[in-house]
Each structure stands twice: as structure tokens, then as C-alpha cells.
Design a protein around this ligand. Structure first.
Ligand code: SF4
Length: 167
């Protein structure tokens, strides 16, 4: 079966969505509706374009300069299974995976929703938490508001406590 991901858009080369040179996938659909969200067009679950995991992978592997991919949104965890499949293939090719989510890592870890554990397990760096307008800070690197955390997922799972990434 061909795995399809509903996306709002792609940025094929970015230096602002995580460390290094990254291919960014903006997933379509988000339930969080954070006031002040920069990507309101990604909220609807009806919009966007459907693309296959394999066609995304082909585009990613075409660029030898990439350090990794960033799954952004929208909310990648609303399509966790397909995102996890893409992330696993990206890992197999030697690249890293950063995922943005409006959910906290604690909520994800305690959830039994399909694909959530897989996507977390295939994520190297997780930026978690909703965008909170009253905590907005334009000086923050790779995140929009003070409440959000940039998490080293491997160390967090290993140590059973939230470990922030050193980036
Ligand atoms: S989680 Fe992200 S995409 Fe969703 S409403 Fe909040 S800021 Fe916007």
C-alpha cells in the first residue's frame, strides 16, 4: 500500500527550522488553534495536498547537502503513523529528524494513539508545546514561545526524564 501524507507545503532547503541544512515538511491539519499561530492555513483537515512518502524521500535524498528533515505543521502527530514511516526511512539514509508538535512530550509518552510512540521514537529533536502568544519571544532559536522546549528525545527516553537538546 502506498503511504500518503497530507501536507500544507515543503521548504526544500532551510537553515531556520532546526540545526544545519534541512528539508521541511509542513503537515496539514492541526487541532491546537494557538492564538497568534503563523500558519493558520495548516489548521484545516480538508486542505493541503496529498503526497506519497516515497516521493518525499526521493526529493530528500536528491540533496546531498541536507543534515536532516523537519516535520512541522500543522500538527505532525495527527498523521503520526505516516510521519514515522517517513522518519524511519530518513534515518535509514543517515539523516536526522526534528519534529515540531503542539503536544507536550509527557502527553505523547502517555498516549496510546496510533503511531505516536513510533513517531517519538523516530524523532531526534522534539520541539514541544503549543505556541503561547503571551510567552512569544522573537529572540528564541528554533521556537516561538518561552514555554516550548527543544528536547533530546533519545536521552529523554533513556533517562526517563525530559533532557533538553544542546543546540
Ligand atoms: S500547534 Fe503550531 S500549527 Fe498548530 S495552531 Fe499551534 S502554532 Fe499553529
Amino acid at each position: 500500500m502506498i503511504s500518503m501524507l497530507q501536507i500544507a507545503g515543503l521548504v526544500k532547503e532551510s537553515i531556520v527550522d532546526g540545526p544545519g541544512f534541512r528539508f521541511v515538511v509542513f503537515t496539514q491539519g492541526c487541532k491546537h488553534h494557538c492564538p497568534g499561530c503563523h500558519n493558520p492555513h495548516t489548521h484545516s483537515f480538508e486542505g493541503g495536498t496529498s503526497v506519497s512518502v516515497d516521493s518525499l524521500l526521493e526529493q530528500i535524498l536528491k540533496n546531498p547537502l541536507l543534515d536532516g528533515i523537519t516535520l512541522s505543521g500543522g500538527e505532525p502527530f495527527e498523521q503520526a503513523g505516516v510521519c514515522a514511516e517517513l522518519a524511519a526511512k530518513v534515518h535509514a539514509s543517515g539523516l536526522n529528524v526534528m519534529t515540531y508538535t503542539g503536544y507536550t512530550v509527557e502527553v505523547i509518552q502517555n498516549s496510546s494513539r496510533e503511531g505516536w510512540r513510533s513517531l517519538l521514537g523516530e524523532t531526534d529533536i522534539l520541539v514541544d508545546g503549543r505556541f503561547e502568544l503571551d510567552k512569544k519571544n522573537l529572540l528564541l532559536k528554533f521556537k516561538g514561545s518561552e514555554n516550548q522546549r527543544i528536547i533530546d528525545v533519545k536521552k529523554t527516553l533513556r533517562d526517563e526524564r525530559v533532557v533538553l537538546a544542546e543546540i
